[in-house]
Write a protein that binds this ligand. Structure first.
Ligand SMILES: [Zn+2]
Length: 133
């Protein structure tokens, strides 16, 4: 899930997320080879393993497709536990995974509306989600 990526890929990914954080405009990446769209954006398509993408502007609005509640988090995320990790489908169609920030897990449901949120955790730029009231 939070699989370790090579440092060079992490750096490129962080650059994309930093751009979202600093402009507060959301975009996904679409692989030019297979057409798959990723949000949060990914510099390398996990299917094709190539770095050949275009940016696609998205609203950041979507719905929860699936979620799980993490009670025993890894060291990195211990302070957030328990937290919900969700697969979100954006209104534009891209699917991706993120934490549903500040959500009471017992109130979550498949189909719940969420909005992406860019934030910084230590030195790390992240894009996760919040429930839309
Ligand atoms: Zn691809």
């Amino acid at each position: 899930m939070f699989k370790r990526l090579p440092p060079s890929v992490v750096k490129k990914e962080q650059k994309l997320l930093e751009e979202i954080y600093s402009t507060n405009r959301f975009f996904a990446t679409r692989c030019r080879r297979c057409g798959e769209t990723y949000f949060p954006p990914r510099p390398i398509c996990p299917e094709c393993m190539v770095e050949d993408y275009e940016k696609v502007e998205v609203s950041g609005l979507g719905k929860i497709v699936s979620f799980t509640v993490i009670y025993e988090a890894s060291k990195e995320f211990k302070d957030l536990a328990p937290y919900a990790l969700a697969i979100v489908e954006l209104d534009e169609g891209a699917r991706g995974m993120g934490i549903v920030l500040g959500a009471d897990a017992s109130k979550l449901s498949v189909g719940a509306r969420v909005k992406a949120k860019a934030w910084k955790r230590g030195d790390e730029y992240r894009v996760d989600f919040e429930l839309v009231e």
